[in-house]
Design a protein around this ligand. Structure first.
Ligand SMILES: [Fe+2]
Ligand SMILES: [Fe+2]
Length: 328
């Protein structure tokens, strides 16, 4: 139980003005005063400083404010982590997995990017998913040669990407974040400039993204991201399988890039057919990759088919193989 500070203050003032202990109530008041007089330091300063600022914090008010700010930020964002695509009028859905194009890296095959883009656009029913690292964006000063070897400054890279995206955007099902642009822009400036451009035109996953895709009478559950954790030195699908086993068993297909190690494959896990797809790269002569990883890089971008009549899916290695399989 707390002491009566007002009473202590009153006794102190009366005693200071010459009152006797008898007149104040005798021994009990004297005892009360001496037991608690150490509180008078506070009381004295209170008496002398009349406008001391004290905090007026009510935790509910601040948490309500934080929630309101989060809601405003969400309203302003075009980024998402879930997406539903309705192609129920389609008999099948075919899309090419494009990632790690690395426009303007010194080792990129830019002619191949032009040829692949033209070939994609020549097929009316072929869609795209973009898995990041479309630009080189060497803006980290971890290595001077890396920065100086890129073929265009980052501002021009962004404009060129925007021009490329304008041509293909009607075919893009979704695009993901990446480490070359998203993370570097966020690190340097707090804003993902490439993600900003993507998110204005197409659905943009700034994290792992879940896509539910309806094709014909079927519904498919995909996850896509630039980079997965969990690596194996001999299995490019290790991260994909790990993700579907441990993080989200509801996913049937996981698509990623980043490693530049292409591959695709299907298997059964928990009685459900699963498939993993990983992109190759157009940066086929990367000095960094050639020094630290391999002399070989594959410009391989698998094409996924989701069937509309029965629940099944597959992936072929390349656009060329897809054209053969479709008889085009
Ligand atoms: Fe990459
Ligand atoms: Fe990457």
């Amino acid at each position: 139980m707390g002491i009566d500070l007002n009473r202590l203050k009153e006794v102190h003032l009366l005693k200071s003005n010459g009152a006797t202990w008898e007149s104040l109530g005798g021994e009990p008041v004297k005892s009360f005063y001496h037991r608690n007089k150490h509180y008078l330091r506070n009381i004295e300063s209170e008496l002398e400083i009349v406008d001391k600022k004290s905090p007026d914090v009510h935790w509910r008010e601040y948490l309500d404010h934080a929630t309101a700010t989060q809601e405003l930020r969400k309203k302003a964002s075009c980024n998402q982590s879930g997406l539903t695509i309705n192609k129920s009028g389609f008999s099948d859905l075919d899309f090419i997995c494009l990632g790690d194009l690395h426009f303007f890296a010194s080792g990129t095959d830019h002619r191949a990017i032009v040829e692949l883009t033209d070939r994609i656009l020549s097929h009316d029913n072929l869609y795209l998913v973009l898995l990041g690292d479309e630009l080189e964006t060497a803006i980290n000063m971890r290595n001077v040669a890396e920065v100086t070897s890129q073929l265009m400054p980052p501002a021009i890279q962004l404009k060129v990407f925007e021009s490329w995206l304008n041509e293909v955007k009607d075919r893009v099902l979704f695009a993901t974040w990446d480490n070359h642009s998203s993370e570097r822009f966020e690190k340097g400036a707090g804003v993902d400039m490439l993600g900003w451009i993507k998110s204005k035109s197409v659905p943009f996953f700034d994290s792992i993204g879940n896509a539910t895709i309806k094709v014909g009478s079927q519904e498919y559950f995909l996850a896509a991201t630039h980079k997965l954790r969990g690596k194996s030195s001999i299995n490019p699908m290790a991260g994909h399988a790990r993700y579907m086993r441990f993080d989200d068993p509801t996913r049937e297909i996981v698509i990623a890039g980043d490693s530049h190690v292409c591959g695709s494959g299907w298997w059964y896990d928990g009685g459900i057919k699963r498939m993993g797809v990983n992109c190759g790269t157009m940066n086929v002569n990367s000095p960094y990759a050639k020094r630290y990883f391999s002399l070989y890089a594959q410009p391989v971008f698998p094409v996924v088919t989701l069937y509309g009549k029965e629940h099944n899916f597959t992936a072929v290695e390349s656009l060329k193989e897809w054209e053969m399989y479709r008889g085009l």
